[in-house]
Each structure stands twice: as structure tokens, then as C-alpha cells.
Ligand binder design. Structure first.
Ligand code: IMP
Ligand code: MG
Length: 179
């Protein structure tokens, strides 16, 4: 692997502040109702666990997994469900929690899958949004930060399974294929 350089894009403090704001918005929108936070493994797990603690609602967790980029920086364009959710979604308030909305292929696929199960509400919370990379016309209801066409790691996000445990969100430079 080529030498890597990590530059902090959002610090722990900036992330915590923004996650609290998103939680307050969610709590307001779903006030008085139970919600299911449905995390997309593995990247969203740290965002979900922080977000959940800012939401004073009746809240349960569930997770699903889709095929990832593997060890490459570029998407293959193909999405496969590797693990389905366990919960019954009919009439539920589902908040799909994802780390990054990039091309939109993953969330477009998951949105269609979940809609077919007739939830009462389906909202999307994405910690990061890269609108310049969008292939599918999809947007998130709750977005932490909008960023450019940069490859980021940390706070749950990886490159070849590394860097998920970094407390900050960092831009990864000099990775194979990265800008
Ligand atoms: P999409 O289907 O292209 O929107 O890709 C979404 C998924 O790609 C995210 O859930 C991430 O797992 C991964 N991804 C996209 N951009 C990055 C990045 O900059 N760093 C790490 N993972 C990324
Ligand atoms: Mg992901």
C-alpha cells in the first residue's frame, strides 16, 4: 500500500456538535413516536451510536449490510444485500442511518427495499453527503456535513477496513486511486 496521509476534515468536537443538532431535529420530527434506527454496517455504527444517545424517544436499533467497495476507493456500481434487517418494518418509523451518501446507489437500493415493506415513515440520516458524486437522484433528510469529492476515513469509515476507529473524520491522501 502506498504511504498515506491523514488530514483532519471534521474534529471530534465538530462532529459531536453536529450530531446533537441532527438528533434534536429527529427528536422533534418524531416526537411522541417510537423510531427504529436502521444502521448500514459497518460504516454507520459509530454515527448511529452517538446519534441514538441524543434522541430522547422510544428507540430501537437494527442493522443491515450491503456489499461494500472492498479494498478499492472506487465503487463497482453494484449493490448486494449481505445481511437483512431483523425487525418488521410495516407501520414502523424507520430512520436509515448511513455514513456517506456518495453515488447514491446504496441508499437508492435500500430505500426501494424498505419502502416495499410499507413503513409508516422512512427517513434517511447520512453523516456525510457528496452531492458532486451523485449517480442516482436521491437525497437524505438529515445530513451532517456536505463535502466535496474527497475520500474520507475515521468515525466509522474505512479504507480497506482501516481507520474506522479514528475519532476525527479525515481526508485520506495517497491511497491507491484516491485523489
Ligand atoms: P454510494 O452507494 O456510492 O452512495 O456509496 C455509499 C457507500 O460507499 C458508503 O456507505 C461508504 O461505505 C462508501 N464510501 C463512499 N465514499 C466513501 C469515502 O469517502 N470513504 C469511505 N467510504 C466511502
Ligand atoms: Mg457504508
Amino acid at each position: 500500500m502506498a504511504a498515506t496521509e491523514l488530514d483532519v476534515l471534521f474534529s471530534q468536537q465538530q462532529i459531536q456538535k453536529r450530531v446533537c443538532e441532527l438528533g434534536a431535529q429527529l427528536a422533534h420530527d418524531f416526537r411522541g413516536q417510537p423510531v427504529v434506527l436502521l444502521g448500514v454496517l459497518k460504516g454507520a455504527c459509530i454515527f448511529l451510536s452517538d446519534l441514538a444517545r441524543t434522541i430522547p424517544l422510544d428507540c430501537s436499533f437494527d442493522f443491515l449490510a450491503v456489499s461494500s467497495y472492498g479494498n478499492r476507493v472506487q465503487s463497482t456500481g453494484e449493490v448486494r444485500l449481505l445481511k437483512d434487517a431483523d425487525c418488521a418494518m410495516e407501520d414502523g418509523n424507520i430512520v436509515l442511518v448511513e455514513d456517506i451518501l456518495d453515488t447514491g446507489l446504496t441508499l437508492a437500493y435500500l430505500k426501494e427495499l424498505i419502502q416495499a415493506r410499507r413503513p409508516r415513515a422512512l427517513k434517511i440520516a447520512a453523516l456525510l453527503d457528496k452531492p458532486s458524486r451523485r449517480v442516482k437522484p436521491i437525497s437524505a433528510d438529515y445530513v451532517g456535513f456536505t463535502i466535496g469529492d474527497e475520500f474520507v476515513v475515521g468515525y466509522g469509515m474505512d479504507h480497506a477496513e482501516r481507520f474506522r476507529n479514528l475519532p476525527d473524520i479525515c481526508v485520506l491522501r495517497d491511497a491507491e486511486g484516491a485523489k
